[in-house]
Design a binder for this molecule. Structure first.
Ligand SMILES: Cc1cc2nc3c(=O)[nH]c(=O)nc-3n(C[C@H](O)[C@H](O)[C@H](O)COP(=O)(O)OP(=O)(O)OC[C@H]3O[C@@H](n4cnc5c(N)ncnc54)[C@H](O)[C@@H]3O)c2cc1C
Length: 444
């Protein structure tokens, strides 16, 4: 055998698995089809401004325990900053502002409860009703058959069943749900939201509910560091290496073939491809059939450079608008100068995906009018990125189609954000699956 493990795919799942395996003395070869690593979370340099652009702003949360381990392993912890306290700004289409925040001394879930209690735009009755959601999350922790019951309900149906008014859904739960699930409340299963809220409100670690921001472009956070980590430990990384089939010997996976004819052999093949790429390979039939159930939900990111700042806030959730979030990159990256670099996001951008970039820019211009300073501002430069395959659409019924990360047939191991990790398809799910897959190889 040439290698102990072939890791296919260089996103969070592949890199987290490959770094552990190399650390433990396994001879790893990572194959990535693109000419760069990072998968669905990467950045590149904008030639006009010289700034890094993420393929879409990525948020981390304090509860991302496995991600923090991975980032720590490759020496990048100083580049990932978590906020001192829960602090999230909102603005609705009429310009009304609100803030979900709590003093830094308050741990989760007290900080969240405090934040909801002080959130503007909600009646006392609506705030008290939020307690029902907290109680349901406790049930999720303690009642073993809870997830099955809830998985078939959409976020909207679940919130309605808990007496959440349309106003509290619109001003609080839906912005959180679409941010976490990248799908609309009427389409997404409630399960993913509950899984994520359970982690956020668990209080472990203490800053579980705090948002985390990369202090550099996404690729600069983890890609180069992970690659160097693997290479220093006798591993190798090959770019532009698209695998087209898996090799089997007496029913055991023993290697892969690339579309240019190269073949590589190993004791284990660890696949981290998303379902839409995986279904093109000769994986076991039962797995292939399940992969047909995965549809995708897109994300659109608009990077906008203005000649002046329009908001001092780091992150603003936009309510009742097509854009969902406005991130202030000057604040996140501590950029000097009098201009402002904003990263705007449309999650679950099913309708907007078909629109021309200029049309989407016009939507942004209209919606940014909720920031009074925007009327005086000039757009210096803009870049639009459409990610049609951002995440699987977490529709009711999908959970049981998610295979568990692990060995799916002898020698063939599966990981990726979309596998059944007990979390929605996020960075944390990808890294958790990568770590589990690596453990299985190490135990074998
Ligand atoms: C715009 C955007 C914003 C997001 N925001 C957030 C956020 O705020 N917080 C959060 O937690 N998550 C967010 N996500 C989700 C997050 O990016 C993903 O969950 C995570 O990156 C998935 O990692 P992965 O390794 O499982 O898969 P991927 O990153 O898709 O990695 C799989 C890799 O396999 C490669 N590959 C595919 N086919 C082949 C082949 N045949 N041969 C070789 N290689 C192949 C691919 O090129 C890819 O590099 C966002 C995603 C997008 C797109």
């Amino acid at each position: 055998m040439d290698f102990d493990v072939l890791v296919i795919g260089g996103g969070f799942a592949g890199l987290s698995a490959a770094t552990i395996l190399s650390e433990q003395g396994k001879k790893v070869l990572l194959l990535e089809k693109k000419p760069h690593l990072g998968g669905r979370a990467y950045s590149f340099i904008d030639s006009k401004t010289g700034h890094e652009i993420d393929n879409g702003q990525h948020l981390f949360i304090g509860a991302y325990a496995e991600t923090r381990k991975f980032i720590g392993r490759i020496g990048s912890s100083p580049l990932l900053r978590f906020e001192e306290k829960l602090n999230l700004h909102f603005k609705d289409s009429s310009g009304q502002s609100a803030r979900l925040s709590a003093p830094s001394l308050f741990p989760a879930p007290l900080d969240f409860a405090w934040g909801v209690f002080n959130l503007k735009g909600l009646s006392l009755k609506e705030k008290i009703s939020a307690g029902k959601v907290f109680r349901e999350i406790k049930k999720f922790r303690t009642e073993s058959d809870y997830s099955g019951k809830i998985e078939r309900l959409s976020v909207r149906q679940w919130l309605n069943s808990l007496g959440q008014s349309s106003s509290i859904q619109k001003r609080l739960w839906e912005p959180l749900a679409i941010g976490i699930l990248n799908e609309n409340a009427q389409t997404a299963s409630a399960l993913g939201l509950i899984q994520a809220l359970e982690k956020i409100l668990s209080g472990t670690p203490k800053n579980a509910s705090r948002l985390g921001y990369s202090q550099v472009g996404l690729s600069s956070l983890y890609v180069q560091q992970a690659e160097a980590y693997i290479q220093k430990r006798q591993g190798s990384v090959l770019y532009s290496s698209k695998i087209s089939s898996i090799l089997y010997q007496e029913g055991r996976a023993c290697g892969v073939t690339c579309d240019d004819g190269r073949t590589f052999n190993a004791r284990h093949v660890l696949l981290t491809l998303p379902p839409w790429d995986l279904k093109r390979l000769n994986v076991p039939d039962w797995l292939k059939t399940g992969l047909e159930s995965f549809s995708t939900s897109p994300i659109i990111g608009l990077s906008l450079w203005l000649d002046r700042p329009i908001t001092p806030n780091q992150t603003t959730g936009l309510i009742d608008t097509q854009f969902h979030w406005a991130f202030n990159k000057n604040r996140i990256w501590n950029l000097p100068g009098k201009t402002q670099y904003l990263a705007l996001v449309i999650s679950a951008a099913h309708a907007e995906l078909k629109k021309e970039p200029q049309e989407i820019l016009e939507i942004a211009k209209k919606e940014l009018a909720v920031f009074p300073e925007f009327k005086k501002a000039k757009i210096i430069h803009w870049r639009l990125i459409k990610e049609p395959f951002a995440t699987p659409s977490p529709k009711p019924g999908l959970e049981e189609m998610r295979p568990f990360p692990g060995e799916v047939s002898p020698g063939l191991i599966l990981a990726g954000d979309w596998t059944r990790t007990g979390l929605p398809a996020t960075i944390e799910s990808a890294v958790l699956s990568g770590h589990r897959a690596a453990e299985i190889v190490l135990k074998a």
